[in-house]
Design a protein around this ligand. Sequence first.
Ligand code: NDP
Ligand code: 2IT
Length: 447
Amino acid sequence: MLHERLASIYDNVLSRNPGEIEFHQAVREVLESIGPVLAKHPEYAESKIIERICEPERQIIFRVPWEDDRGEVQINRGFRVEFNSALGPYKGGLRFHPSVYLGIVKFLGFEQIFKNALTGLPIGGGKGGSDFDPKGRSAREVMRFCQSFMTELYRHIGEYTDVPAGDIGVGQREVGYLFGQYKRITNRYESGVITGKGLSYGGAQVRTEATGYGCAFFVEEMLKARGTSFDGRRVVVSGAGNVALYTIEKVQQLGGVVIACSDSSGYILDEKGIDLGLLKQVKEVERRRLDVYAERRGDGVSFVSGRSVWEVPCEVAMPSATQNEITGRDAEALVRGGCVAVGEGANMPTAPEGIRIFQEAGVAFGPGKAANAGGVATSALEMQQNASRDSWTFEFSEQRLREIMCDIHARCLETADEYGMPGDYVAGANIGGFKQVADAMLSLGLI
Ligand code: NDP
Ligand code: 2IT
């Protein structure tokens, strides 16, 4: 239920942004949390802070022409939404996936504002991407696409302006091509213009692992707060990309048994616990589908084609693929199957009905804004290392990440307590992130 003033703001968001359903969903979730904040702080309403936060500072949409390996011209659409720079330069990843349109980029950019605030580091919120589909494309095609994409994007970004990174379909390889083209066009070795770079050209230790490791640390904290741990627990992780692989790695190190993961073709069920070396070989090195894992792993491991991994009962669920992948029905099945904790590695992977079901069942539910903030936090550490022309060790970087995740966890709980909603990480994350951005906006004047 929305407070009256918030309901009218929400209606306005609907009519100003028609058809952008993911953006509507992301806005609604935040508005549902912040009613009590407005009651305590009338100055936010007086300055129309919420209305301002819901309107991106700048939105860029551009043509991306490129030539495929057969010499045929292809045209994609590129986006960068520079949502909010009250706390620092716009910061957020780029997503290359055929489903990308303005509504997805805006939902991701909106979430990013509050997530970045929660890290406590000086970064604003933004997001970008393209409807380019990397599947089945050669490395040369991906390179030509990235070069064309950057040929427009370069004029909008910069170390002090807007700092992209990866997301779905954009990993270290793509970041390399993008940075190479930026450097070529501008004739500047401006390392801090993009994060997620390779270690040989300005990348930071632990950035590759950061989102997954950070999510595992966050869930460990939630379990600890309930007097328990990962030890021996059955864990299901969705996806088999960057976030999923390093979630699995850290969960295994913390004693959990990851029995299933997925990609868009289906899922694998490996009751003995996933063989991460083999999974990385198939997904990271060979870029193949999960049936290849089942085939090579052999006995007792099944590949289930075309079905949702959320039908596998588990004690801890860590959705790490895409938005709205856990429906209300999936959440009910997970609760019935004994799920005690959910950590969102992906952005907005649980539909609103699913969140309600988890929370009513007393499941510890860590929303993406908090649980997956380790990726962008480590990006900010990469910017810090670039600015000081330094590079930190793996151990030191991982320790910093762990501290940041513990701080975010504590801040969510403290904020939820302060506003009379103990244990509600969704309210804690939304209110904590919102207040920080709102206070900065008040101090900066009418921007
Ligand atoms: P990757 O491209 O590395 O991996 C994505 C994985 O999810 C793949 O296994 C992919 O399967 C699967 N997937 C993607 N879209 C769909 C879909 N529509 N239906 C079914 N499966 C799908 O991306 P990341 O691991 O980087 O990102 C995963 C999630 O984590 C996203 O929600 C992203 O926004 C979020 N995130 C990422 C961060 C990062 O640092 N990379 C930081 C914070 C959040 P397939 O290959 O078959 O398409
Ligand atoms: O959703 C996210 O936080 C990311 N894709 C990472 C953003 C970043 O700038 O590292």
